[in-house]
Write a protein that binds this ligand. Structure first.
Ligand code: GH3
Ligand code: MG
Ligand code: MG
Ligand code: MG
Ligand code: MG
Length: 310
């Protein structure tokens, strides 16, 4: 017999444990610098990354720079209102899913409801104990991360979706031009994939796509960004990687991939891919980089597929 309360307790403990190990990334907006400083110390002691903002006017810029998973905001911010700020943040689609939690001494439910009309999600009422603050933040960051994974990742491969990996290209372009280092982009397309589907079935085609996704994930660095650009097309962002090194890397991955034997009943088959590499630094717009990689890919397709072109 299953003891439900015990089961619930065990699941809760597990969730808490997961949340605690995932740390978190939170931004705090409070005009009371001393209090903000205290929250920072408390949260940092639990391994949570924190950024405190005391000037509400710099909040938007700080959000883009820090990219928090959670925003903790006071309502009374001197000359400014947290409610107005929440409304302003929600105007931007980039921050539509950012959880905004008021950390305020407002305990009147009617006033709380009014404050939530700006688009914030909920209240934590001050004063709040250190331990409660840590656990409340961990849980919400964990949940926010789960939701953003769901939103940003493709369900077949768990790689970044088209729109997200495109943004990654543009963001890396800006980073490497500021940081003065070289990065590369790779566009990769499975060869004769229509044939794979036609011969072995769509389900087997999916297996091939997922296998290549896993191989890429295993062979690339944690700091590389990997996306499913289209059906059987992948887009990779490789920071701090010269185009020549990217070509070598991709040729090694192609060799491993083309040696894999896929099995259907008593039959086996192999698959290859073609890839085009582009140097990010040569361009001033993200889309131009992808176009350049696409051109290189096209050249490789014309030259017999199964290879990597710069
Ligand atoms: P090429 O070597 O020139 O790239 O030829 P190709 O056959 O790979 O290219 P084409 O663009 O003609 O065909 C791609 C095929 O990929 C067509 C489409 O049905 C299939 N496809 C797209 N998404 C998926 C998917 O999620 N699963 C499966 N199994 N097939 C997919
Ligand atoms: Mg205040
Ligand atoms: Mg294609
Ligand atoms: Mg193809
Ligand atoms: Mg990333």
């Amino acid at each position: 017999p299953v003891d439900l309360p015990e089961l619930v307790e065990r699941v809760e403990a597990l969730v808490q444990e997961q949340a605690a190990s995932a740390k978190g990334r939170v931004m705090i907006v409070d005009d009371d610098r001393e209090l903000a400083e205290h929250y920072c110390l408390v949260l940092e002691s639990a391994g949570i990354q924190v950024k405190a903002v005391s000037d509400p006017l710099s909040l938007l810029a700080e959000l883009y720079a820090f990219e928090p998973e959670l925003l903790l905001m006071d309502i009374e911010l001197g000359a400014h209102s947290g409610v107005t700020l929440a409304r302003m943040i929600r105007f931007q689609s980039r921050w539509l899913s950012l959880p905004i939690v008021y950390l305020s001494s407002e305990d009147d439910p009617e006033n709380q409801l009014k404050a939530l009309s700006g688009g914030a999600d909920e209240f934590l009422v001050k004063p709040i104990s250190d331990d409660y603050l840590i656990r409340a933040v961990q849980m919400r960051c964990h949940r926010a991360r789960q939701l953003s994974e769901l939103m940003n990742r493709d369900s077949l491969t768990r790689l970044l979706k088209h729109s997200v990996i495109k943004q990654e290209v543009e963001r890396e372009r800006q980073r490497c031009s500021r940081g003065d280092y070289v990065s590369s982009v790779v566009l990769l397309d499975i060869d004769h994939f229509k044939r794979v589907n036609d011969t072995w079935g769509h389900g087997q085609g999916d297996v091939v796509i997922r296998t290549l996704a896993n191989l890429l994930r295993n062979r690339l660095r944690e700091s590389d960004a990997l996306g499913r650009y289209g059906g059987e097309e992948f887009l990779l962002v490789l920071p701090h990687c010269e185009p020549k090194a990217a070509v070598r890397l991709m040729r090694g991955i192609l060799e491993s991939f083309s040696e894999l034997e896929f099995t259907v009943d008593e039959h086996t088959f192999r698959v290859t891919f073609s890839a085009g590499v582009a140097r990010i630094n040569e361009f001033s717009v993200g889309d131009q980089i992808i176009e350049a990689a696409d051109k290189a890919l096209y050249v490789q397709k014309r030259n017999g597929r199964n290879g990597v072109t710069l």
